[in-house]
Design a protein around this ligand. Structure first.
Ligand code: F6R
Length: 369
């Protein structure tokens, strides 16, 4: 049942090319236009939304953060991301022009369910991005966009996360297409590139030998930091969460721009830091800014583990290790950059002799508030 892998987590990490491809399947017509047959909210209703609020917990909330950058850029519709348990009891603002998008692998997370129910009471439109057919959250929502990752058994979410990001991209591109004009033209181009991502993910998986080696060397680490910017920021948070969950190592993710506002004080000689580097084509010179962050922490003795695109030579002088991912559109990079961080957590936890599929104190679905 583990298909030749040692653990479900390892199997599920390796199923990501399929999870992404299957989540994209059947979502375009012969002309390459996006179709969302299962979403039973009329185009008219969707055309009226002026705001999107994503509600989710944990890893699913990090996929929502990726969605925010992408959907705002493609549609110019404002997107907020709220942890579901914070949203529910903060006296939130939502009405018929608000689309509340819940994201949940299990479809049973009580915190997320309560947020969705409350959003409906407020009159908002609710759409569920979910991996589990017939589960509670999609049933309680106006519409559902299923991810097709297949059953996720390991407690730590991996392919569920990639599939959530993929579905959120599809939703964003669909809304962009609805807006027409330039938005629609751009949506088609992004969709074409998105179709290449399963193959790119496979390329990353095929290159993981060195990351596995690094993870084994680092089995006795006490603390690991993760930096990212723009869509790399939620990936830094997710990389840190994976390490906490399955390897029980203190880990923190930061927005790279925050470094000088505090976290740089943590850097001492030998401190391992993963840096998720934006592609060189990312607007506003974010690439250059993150390269200078790497330089700053390296100068203070950090051990820099850099995740960068193929051909990005600017990082090389400041990197102790360079982990390469294929080049793609800046907003699609998370589907690639998360993979080495999942592999790292998996192999570090395995080297410590831990049960990666059933980490202590955690349950696969959290059905109490
Ligand atoms: C992380 C993890 C949790 C879940 C969170 C939401 O590896 O498993 O953070 O992502 O509990 O679960 P779902 O997506 O089922 O609502």
């Amino acid at each position: 049942e583990k298909g030749g892998y040692e653990t479900f987590m390892e199997k599920e990490i390796h199923e990501q090319p399929h999870a992404v491809a299957d989540t994209l399947l059947g979502r375009t017509d012969d002309e390459g236009r996006l179709v969302l047959d299962e979403v039973r909210i009329s185009e008219e209703q969707l055309g009226q939304i002026d705001r999107i609020v994503v509600v989710a917990c944990g890893t699913a909330a990090y996929s929502g953060m990726v969605a925010k950058y992408a959907i705002e850029h493609w549609t110019r519709i404002p997107v907020e991301v709220s942890l579901a348990h914070e949203f529910r009891y903060s006296d939130p603002i939502a009405d018929a022009r608000t689309l509340v998008v819940s994201i949940s692998q299990s479809g049973e997370t009580m915190d997320t369910l309560m947020a969705v129910k409350h959003a409906r009471e407020l009159g908002a439109l609710t759409l569920s991005i979910c991996n589990t057919h017939g589960s509670t959250i999609p049933r309680e929502s106006d519409a559902v966009l299923y991810t097709h990752a297949g059953p996720e058994v390991a407690v730590a979410s991996t392919k569920g996360f990639s599939a959530q990001i993929t579905a959120a991209y599809v939703l964003g591109l669909y809304l962009a297409q609805m807006r027409g004009g330039e938005h629609a033209v751009n949506a088609q181009a992004v969709m074409r590139e998105l179709r290449n991502l399963p193959e790119h993910i496979q390329t990353v998986l095929d290159r993981m030998d060195r990351v596995i080696e690094i993870a084994r060397f680092m089995a006795d680490s006490r603390s690991v930091l993760f930096l990212g910017r723009n869509v790399g920021y939620p990936i830094a948070l997710e990389g840190a969460l994976k390490l906490k969950e399955i390897a029980y190592i203190h880990a923190e993710g930061f927005a790279a721009g925050e470094l000088k506002h505090g976290p740089i004080a943590l850097i001492e000689p030998g401190q391992p830091v993963f840096i998720v580097v934006p592609g060189p084509d990312t607007p506003h010179e974010l690439h250059k800014k993150v390269v200078s962050n790497i330089q700053e922490i390296r100068a203070r003795g950090a051990r820099t583990l850099v995740i960068a695109e193929d051909g990005d030579e600017d990082v090389v002088p400041f990197a102790d290790e360079v982990i390469r991912v294929p080049a793609t559109l800046p907003l699609l990079m998370p589907l690639l950059t998360i993979v080495p961080l999942q592999i790292f957590a998996l192999h570090l936890a395995t080297a410590k002799g831990l049960d990666v599929d059933q980490p202590r104190n955690l349950a696969k679905s959290v059905t109490v508030e």
